[in-house]
Design a protein around this ligand. Structure first.
Ligand code: FES
Length: 202
């Protein structure tokens, strides 16, 4: 048995004198910026339609949210001096997300001139019980609801017993002089029915 140690095989090529370990490759800067731009554009594509949709959804609400404006309803001279209420339609521009329709009927008010004065009371003609339209019956000097027999005095107070949880809904109104003629303006609002609290709809 020989004691010689076997030699390791020689490499095929000589080692390069100055060879150094390769540094790990870094991603090119252009790739980084184009990736960031793609993310930003993607986010914009998502955000713009969402914002536009929300603006469209809430636009009518924003316009309605300005509060009840005083609307020109009738000449004071058309109201009986006896205190008998008279019904008038309320006309206003109807606005939703896509349409603007001028002078649309949006409700009915009863105006009552207090006897012997130029003062006026206004009531929403919608019954606070479940939303039917009341009508004034001169022969009884009362408002009556055709749906569930609620009745109201000429001043809007309930005739007991009454299923309506509250009196007729009074509305803010004022008389303005226009070219010397008194004109009645009403801040028209609708209210939730079926509750004791008088709560305006948005
Ligand atoms: S809606 Fe008027 S009494 Fe019911």
């Amino acid at each position: 048995m020989s004691d010689e140690i076997p030699l390791a095989p020689l490499p095929d090529k000589p080692a390069t004198k100055y060879s150094t370990p390769q540094a790990p490759e870094t991603p090119p800067r252009r790739g980084f910026f184009s990736g960031a731009a793609s993310i930003a554009i993607g986010a914009l594509i998502g955000v713009v339609p969402t914002a536009a949709g929300l603006a469209t959804l809430f636009d009518p609400l924003r316009r309605k949210g300005s509060g009840a404006k005083l609307l020109r309803v009738a000449s004071l001279d058309t109201l009986p001096t006896s205190g008998e209420p008279r019904a008038f339609p309320i006309l206003a521009d109807y606005v939703d997300a896509w349409n603007r329709l001028p002078n649309q009927p949006i409700g009915t008010v009863y105006l009552r001139r207090l006897p012997g004065t130029d003062k006026v009371e206004a009531f929403n003609a919608t019954c606070p019980h479940a939303g039917c339209m009341v009508s004034f019956k001169p022969e009884r000097n009362q408002f009556q609801c055709p749906c569930h027999t609620s009745a109201f005095e000429a001043d809007g107070s309930r005739v007991m017993p009454c299923v309506s949880p509250r009196d007729l809904d009074g509305l803010k109104c004022e008389v303005r002089k226009e070219e010397g003629q008194p004109v009645v303006y009403v801040a028209f609002e609708n209210f939730y029915s079926g509750m004791h609290e008088k709560k305006a709809k948005a």
